[in-house]
Design a protein around this ligand. Sequence first.
Ligand SMILES: Nc1nc2c(ncn2[C@@H]2O[C@H](COP(=O)(O)OP(=O)(O)OP(=O)(O)O)[C@@H](O)[C@H]2O)c(=O)[nH]1
Ligand SMILES: [Mg+2]
Length: 466
Amino acid sequence: MTDAPDTPRFAVVGHPNQGKSSLVSTLVQDDHIEVSPVSGTTRNAQRFRLVLGERTLYELIDTPGFQRARQILDWCNERAQHAADRPKVLAEFVGQHRNEPRFADDCALLAPVLDGAGIIYVVDVSQPFGSVFDAELTLLSWTAQPRLALLNPIGNDAHAEQWQRALSQYFSLVRPFDPLLAPFEQHLSLLRGLAEVHPPWRESLLAGVAALDQQRQQRHEQAADALLLYVEKVLRLQLQLPMTGPRERIKAAGLAQFNQALQRLESGVRDQLAAIYGHHDLDWRSEWQALAQEDLTDAREWRVWGLSRARLASLSGAAGALSGLAVDAAVGGSSLLLGAVSGGVLGGLAGGFAGRDGVTFRWMSRVPGYEHWQLGPIANLNFALAMIGRALRIWYQLRQRNHARRDALSLDQADFNTWLSGLERQQQVQWLYWVRRLMKRTLTETEMSRFRSLILVIGYQMDIPR
Ligand SMILES: Nc1nc2c(ncn2[C@@H]2O[C@H](COP(=O)(O)OP(=O)(O)OP(=O)(O)O)[C@@H](O)[C@H]2O)c(=O)[nH]1
Ligand SMILES: [Mg+2]
């Protein structure tokens, strides 16, 4: 790994408990950094690099908060004859006091800045500005290092304007940024802002922005591959059951096994997606509602995870009537043809899939001596869509989650129906068409790649704020 001397390097500084570690966590995409509501969590300066391939894009130094800025300022004021002396006197202070426990936090914070790092000053703007901040802002301005201030709304931004006025006196760039919730586009825009505060780092930071953007695109594509494979496995799942005992008992035991197999597939794709997006420490258990055995036979939950009955009815007739040819036409954008198709068969209701049990259960006796009960594959389109809807929600959770977050994952309001609504109607119909096709037979490579493109488009829908 190369670490060029011109690697952009910023110390993240401020008062304790302002979201400094959260910012570092989000910008270096590392969910292992210690973040907590306890003030004084970060005890030492710690360097984190964002590395892509062989290249370090930038380095952020997480620091403990200021503790005794006023005393340090007084000490320096006594010794600095004029403005040009200030950086040197500040460096003398750190040199002489770095081993004194009462100044340990302040020295850990100032040392990297005196050593050439730029400054990102973080404040929580739910709290009012106070004179206690004046001393630390003055000290930072004395370092004469490139710097930018971030307004972090922890809970609310009640005092943002006041902070903006105060900070503009010390920083050429002051921006709002919420490390927990800022969408990815804003991460890039913040990095572009950083590129403007120090011309020698500009090019590296802009290259970093491009690399991050590209990495994100690659992640989405890997996610689409994983999801496609998952959908295929779910729709192909079959179990052979022994013929001993009454039918209902065999079926119940089989459904339990089937449910476990579905759960294993689901947690498999979940872990895969988490790894793709660089999340390693997630808590799914508390909020994520696992699939229950009853869900396989009880349609109540399906609509929540999948598509509403009305939507299914309005789309599935059209999908059912679409021949391969019509799909080609729909892909080519012939909405006229599609309109004729959907108008004619609307209400055809899932082309014979609706209303069935979630999973087929039948007696197989084609080869004498090899008779058995077979459970699966999934026979109900709505159930299939519900399973896919769950996986898409997992994807949504992961793709919009910043690495600073430490809360458990939840089933968010945003769902399959919302994302599907954002697509062109012909794409919506195609979506159903591919799922139905896959329920009947394996798809050819070309068909798979079309389905994959649609998955990617659904993903972009997830990024649109609603
Ligand atoms: N709601 C909300 N909470 C935030 C935000 N930023 C930080 N927090 C929370 O505020 C608390 C402090 O965040 P940290 O990132 O640990 O703050 P710090 O400045 O590094 O704190 P010390 O290391 O103790 O100085 C954590 O519980 C965060 O989850 C935000 O934008 N919104
Ligand atoms: Mg911290």
